[in-house]
Design a binder for this molecule. Sequence first.
Ligand SMILES: Nc1nc2c(c(=O)[nH]1)N[C@H]1C(S)=C(S)[C@@H](COP(=O)(O)O)O[C@H]1N2
Ligand SMILES: [Mo]
Length: 305
Amino acid sequence: MKLLSKPSWQLPESAVTEEQVFVSRRALVKGLGLALAWPGLSPMQAWAAKFGSELTPSKEELVTSYNNFYEFSTDKGEVRPLAQGVQLGPWELEIGGLVEKPLRLDTQKLAQLFGEEERIYRFRCVEAWAAVVPWRGVGLKKLVEMARPLSGAKYVRFVAHMDPKVMPGLASGHFPWPYSEGLRIDEATHELAFLATGIYGKPLPTQNGAPVRLVVPWKYGFKSIKSIRSIEFTATQPRTLWNDVGPAEYGFYANVNPEVDHPRWSQATEKLLGSWVQRQPTRLFNGYGEQVASLYQGLDLKRNY
Ligand SMILES: Nc1nc2c(c(=O)[nH]1)N[C@H]1C(S)=C(S)[C@@H](COP(=O)(O)O)O[C@H]1N2
Ligand SMILES: [Mo]
């Protein structure tokens, strides 16, 4: 049965009970055949009965209105209003640095080139709020492989779009713009590392990082850089905006870890957006330890926060 080959990180699609928009009922029946096993239940109920509905996607309205996107504003509630009507994409992603052949990739062609996938991931902001988000997009690994990094390439640097005409937050001198992030190359080629072009079955809205953003579900949300303009392969660990702003608070790794507190608050628990439950325990690697822990074997996670 198909279920057995489902990747271990894939969240249950009971998901759809909340948000029926991104997977049709028909596709669900076809894909799972679960309704046959539980004739009394709808396919989605059957799926939920088997796998639990703990990981239901957060309300779309919350995920698309409660946003961190400092190029617009440091006030979450202001980001969507400021981004309304702003068309950031599509554009050509620039891929360069230590690669065999630098290239430019039309963000609209990503799906065509690499095949589009839906992934429901837990998302955890360093501020201790969490969400469950249904993304659409392509595995980052495919793009890295296409770029053919040279053997000296050990890291990947991501740089976000900057347009002061439509992004008033860029006028703030508090941040070393552009927003930039980085991953080790083995992190970037991990199966879970994802480039999202869509959310809840729709193209990414501007406030969520159109036309393309990174999603690294086992790391704090700030690693998941929005509106990426360029991707560069480097030999040394790249600078990142948050590490520059507060090296003692925001490390390069930023792996979700309940045992490493932010200097100003505990990371032991988190608030799931829209949930009636007050707090829930934070999970090491945001619950993806089975998949990613081996990347960090021998690394002291307390020092390399
Ligand atoms: N370019 C850019 N990317 C960014 C940010 C930002 O300010 N600018 N904020 C980060 C932070 S702190 C979080 S928690 C997530 C929020 O993503 P969401 O608004 O889609 O939930 O985006 C990340 N990516
Ligand atoms: Mo965040």
